[in-house]
Design a protein around this ligand. Structure first.
Ligand code: ARG
Length: 460
């Protein structure tokens, strides 16, 4: 069955038909397509196109088609151009002539926008739930080692000591922003396009607000041409997905390093690592590597649609059919990656002695010393110079911070009064970082409590 044809003397070639067919991927929208068509049938009754009986039999038939569509056999032998065509053919098979009126005043251009928006808003909610699970697991791991100290890095060089929960909470913040981005994407998608027609607005006086209420939309679109040419809602979703994948990828990268023999901080679970077919000793972080790898793939999905949309003349162009493959792929890869990350976090244990040793043998306390000098009255620039020379001397003489005594320090620089020796313990300097958002013990305990509270509100 075709939704067009009168104007043509011959049919499409087999090559063109195969080339343009989208059913094998847009069938994923079938549930949304049917629910949208049910609401549309109710409006067709309102404007006098369908009788109450016709509407009732159509809505009921759609319900049966919905149930039937869950079985893979539903699609066997289907050669329809797209999901919209398939659904109308199935309706015709059930209700006969009444089905010929279902597409009155409606275009597939708005229908595909409607279906995708409905699918997206549901997908956003699912991904938000998966994000909450990742955030919950992060908080669990933070709580498990709430007093552990690790070196924080800049330029991949040991910089300053931070609390382990402070480090994990930095990812919590990233995923929280991702959650908000999906909330925004959901909100933007959740506007009803139906009633726009092909591009000029429908020729029938549909009550668009009623359709919006019927289908759970927050409002209606304001411009029919915009509807026909718009895929911003898909781009918003792909951008949110890409940023989330980048965050997952960076966490994966950190943990691939931190679980290496060189670091030895983390032990990844046996259930999320692989062995080598050749080297018997290997325990490889494949789950994390795949997450990192998939981030490139999802970024490609965003790029793909951006490039597809660039330069399209208003309004609808068939190019836009190419939006769905990257959209579905990004959503699936992200959902899998979030679930995988939750599993990885759940199965990861910290060996606090290793990062503690890394902190102890490095000069992460240098900033604490310089700031203490500044607090005691030495201008910071001079304080920086003194501590810099102190570190250089230590490097030359092979001393780590704990090798110095108070007397030796004082001999090195009179500004180092007796109390400075305590600052060679990195836990000491951390006490001065109680500024909100800092790594001080109280600041982090407070942040952890707030994060839990925030997450609790997202979940309900
Ligand atoms: N299958 C098309 C798409 O996904 C929707 C149908 C509109 N087709 C058309 N030739 N106007 O974009």
């Amino acid at each position: 069955m075709k939704l067009w044809g009168g104007r043509f003397e011959t049919g499409p070639s087999e090559v063109f038909e195969r080339f343009g067919n989208s059913l094998h991927f847009d069938r994923r929208l079938i549930d949304c397509d049917i629910r949208g068509s049910q609401a549309f049938a109710r409006q067709l009754e309102r404007v006098g196109i369908l009788t109450a009986e016709e509407r009732a039999s159509i809505v009921e038939a759609f319900e049966a088609i919905r149930a039937e569509s869950l079985a893979p056999a539903f699609y066997s032998g289907a050669t329809d151009e797209d999901v919209h065509t398939l659904v109308i053919r199935k309706l015709k098979e059930r209700v006969g002539k009444a089905a010929d009126k279902i597409h009155t005043g409606r275009s597939r251009n708005e229908q595909v926008s409607l279906d995708t928006r409905m699918w997206l808003r549901e997908e956003c909610a699912d991904l938000q739930a998966l994000l909450c699970s990742v955030m919950g697991h992060l908080l669990g791991l933070a709580q498990m080692y709430s007093g552990a100290i690790i070196p924080g890095y800049t330029h991949m060089r040991r910089a300053q000591a931070v609390l382990w929960p402070h480090y994990l909470l930095s990812y919590f913040e990233m995923f929280l922003r991702d959650w908000e981005r999906f909330e925004d994407a959901r909100r933007r998608a959740n506007i009803l396009p139906l009633g726009s027609g092909a591009l000029a607005g429908s020729g029938f006086p549909f009550d668009r607000q009623a359709m919006a209420r019927d289908l759970g939309f927050d409002g209606i679109t304001r411009n029919s041409m915009d509807v026909s040419g718009d895929r911003d809602f898909a781009l918003d979703f792909l951008y949110a997905s890409t940023v989330t994948m980048i965050h997952l990828s960076r966490l994966a990268e950190d943990w691939i390093l931190y679980s290496s023999e060189e670091f030895g901080w983390l032990e990844l679970g046996d259930n999320v690592t692989s062995g080598s077919s050749l080297m018997p000793q290997k325990k490889n972080p494949d789950s994390l590597e795949l997450i990192r790898g998939k981030s490139g793939r999802v970024m490609g999905c965003l790029t793909s649609l951006l490039v597809t949309m660039k330069g399209l003349p208003m309004t609808y162009n068939r190019d836009m059919q190419e939006d769905k493959i990257p959209l579905f792929d990004a959503a699936d890869q992200l959902a899998d990656s979030l679930l995988m990350m939750s599993n990885v976090i759940d199965a990861t244990r910290l060996n606090p002695a290793r990062p503690a040793a890394a902190v102890e043998e490095s000069w992460v306390v240098a900033t604490d010393l310089a700031e203490a000098l500044a607090r005691a009255g030495t201008p910071f620039h001079q304080a920086h110079q003194i501590v810099g020379r102190f570190v250089l001397e230590s490097v030359h003489s092979g001393k780590k911070p704990s090798d110095w005594t108070a007397e030796e320090m004082q001999r090195f620089a009179p500004e180092f009064t007796a109390d400075f020796v305590a600052l060679l313990n990195p836990a000491e300097g951390m006490k001065s970082r109680e500024v909100p958002g800092g790594t001080g013990y109280r600041a982090v305990a407070h942040a952890l409590a707030r994060a839990k509270e925030t997450l609790g509100k997202l979940i309900v």
